[in-house]
Design a protein around this ligand. Sequence first.
Ligand SMILES: NC(=O)c1ccc[n+]([C@@H]2O[C@H](COP(=O)([O-])OP(=O)(O)OC[C@H]3O[C@@H](n4cnc5c(N)ncnc54)[C@H](O)[C@@H]3O)[C@@H](O)[C@H]2O)c1
Ligand SMILES: O=c1ccn([C@@H]2O[C@H](COP(=O)(O)OP(=O)(O)O[C@H]3O[C@H](CO)[C@@H](O)[C@H](O)[C@H]3O)[C@@H](O)[C@H]2O)c(=O)[nH]1
Length: 432
Amino acid sequence: MNICVIGTGYVGLVTGVIFADLGNEVICVDKLEAKVEQLNRGEMPIYEPGLEELVQRNAEEGRLTFTTDLDGAVRKSEIIYICVGTPPREDGSTDMSQVEGAARGIAAAMDRYKVIVNKSTVPVGTGSFVREVIETNRRRNVDFDVVSNPEFLREGSAIQDALNPDRIVIGAPNQIVALKVLELYAPLERPMIITDVASAELIKYASNAFLAVKISFANSIANICEAVNADVIQVMKGVGQDRRIGPAFLNAGLGYGGSCFPKDSSSLLHTAQSVGYDFPILEATIKTNDEQPKRFIKKIEKELGGFKGKKIALLGLAFKANTDDMRDAKSLDVIAAVLAGDGEIVAFDPIAMENCKKIFPQITYAKSAFDAAEGADAAVVVTEWNEFKQINLEKLKAAMKGSHVFDGRNLYDPEKMRRAGFVYHGIGRTSK
Ligand SMILES: NC(=O)c1ccc[n+]([C@@H]2O[C@H](COP(=O)([O-])OP(=O)(O)OC[C@H]3O[C@@H](n4cnc5c(N)ncnc54)[C@H](O)[C@@H]3O)[C@@H](O)[C@H]2O)c1
Ligand SMILES: O=c1ccn([C@@H]2O[C@H](COP(=O)(O)OP(=O)(O)O[C@H]3O[C@H](CO)[C@@H](O)[C@H](O)[C@H]3O)[C@@H](O)[C@H]2O)c(=O)[nH]1
């Protein structure tokens, strides 16, 4: 099959390379010339384990190409995947300008029947919106179908997630076009759900919102744990053992960040409100998530007696481990609060420092966690990197001036930390 993928972010790159690896001819298009040049040199614009090798192999074998020429790519392809960004607007709704731009580009280039697939996370109704944009802007009277095929990959494990999805969701206007898209995924032998376009669009938002609810619920329980001296890890372990609940996404911490949960929960809330429904569960989930880093920062400030003149070793910057993505990373809240309180930040992250420098060039970036901890009054952990989980506690203690460790991801055992001489503060952990 000849496939065109529009957008070379996480989703476009992973979708493109996987379809190429399954034997299709894939052209990936991006409007950013520098990004396309970088990809053509075999360099990845993002950090994602396993991506570079897979892209290089498929490019060398001639199945995967990168271009800025949307016209040419659309003409050569039977199926066109829209994988562009859908960032949030100020009011929580979704900025659809990239999707509209892609649809206009497709409309101008279409020379025969095409299947247009929305893989971007888009509000319910986007299938009809894309159809309308193309109908209005097409130059020739050629037929086309619009399908929804949402993506469920996670950053940091994107290739594995895309190759082994729990389900493949295809929302199509008819069986024939559904089967055409389904055929692309047949070699993966994963469960398929075929439905209408609107339901498929909503499956994506409902899934992300439900996971966000789980996280905010665990964080709420953690906040109670702190007041009653119970341990949230033990509590959620006990809760998650119930097969009806499940253990995943019950880790209490600083709250969810990244490029998806915050914007997608706001977008779904906006959709609900636009049809006259308040969606109180989702509202509370978002509120809980907004408050979680604030509570943590307040706790640090109180324990240290303010940030003024204090040196904070910040361990981790990315919104989660195995990515260099800084979108909605909780480290940003911590940095902003410490700087606003006249404190000093020395940060270390295995791979996200370059991206953080673009946002906070004024803080100090260290060569290692120990380098960051040198002479620090407190260490604050915000990203669940393995190298922080396995850190040599003695060495960390010896490097620091103070003994406070604020663990925003519950990486450590409180008892072990106390034995190592730290004053340990987790999220929802026992104090004795
Ligand atoms: N990042 C994730 O983990 C993830 C997972 C599942 C779903 N999603 C959804 O997938 C979509 C893409 O996310 P992402 O993180 O890959 O996006 P991104 O913002 O990192 O990348 C989007 C790319 O599209 C390009 N683009 C925009 N308009 C274009 C046009 N008209 N022609 C050519 N290129 C164009 C941009 O230049 C950019 O390189 C979003 O809707 C997101 O919500 C993301
Ligand atoms: O128990 C948990 C699990 C996650 N998180 C946080 O939640 C955020 C999101 O984590 P994760 O879901 O692993 O990362 P994403 O790459 O943002 O992936 C989510 O968002 C994608 C974009 O829509 C979806 O495709 C994925 O299925 C969905 O998991 C991060 O800040 C995590 O630290 C917690 O606080 N507690």
